[in-house]
Design a protein. Structure first.
Length: 96
């Protein structure tokens, strides 16, 4: 796959990789409960997602919404990680 995508500059991969990894922990924590919540709103939830156009549409919608919610959540959590680490480190040095 990498050989097939050799025409795409490495900087492009780095840019998108950095973006998707910037909210990966929030996605890890939130995606399953969020998808269960959304699937409970679908009328045919007892059947699961079907392998047809409607099922594919639901899957893409759930995937997009889970990623958007995780990214939004990360704005309030993961973006502040460096600041929180700095504060904890400062508290640790004050205690000693």
């Amino acid at each position: 796959m990498i050989n097939g995508l050799a025409f795409i500059p490495v900087t492009t991969f780095k840019k998108y990789g950095a973006f998707f990894s910037s909210y990966s922990f929030s996605l890890y924590i939130l995606h399953l409960p969020f998808i269960f919540l959304l699937m409970s709103c679908i009328n045919d939830v007892e059947k699961g997602l079907l392998y047809n156009k409607t099922g594919l549409g639901y899957f893409i919608l759930l995937w997009l919404l889970a990623n958007i919610v995780a990214w939004f959540f990360s704005l309030f959590t993961e973006k502040k990680t460096a600041e929180i680490r700095r504060r904890i480190k400062n508290i640790g040095t004050q205690i000693q």
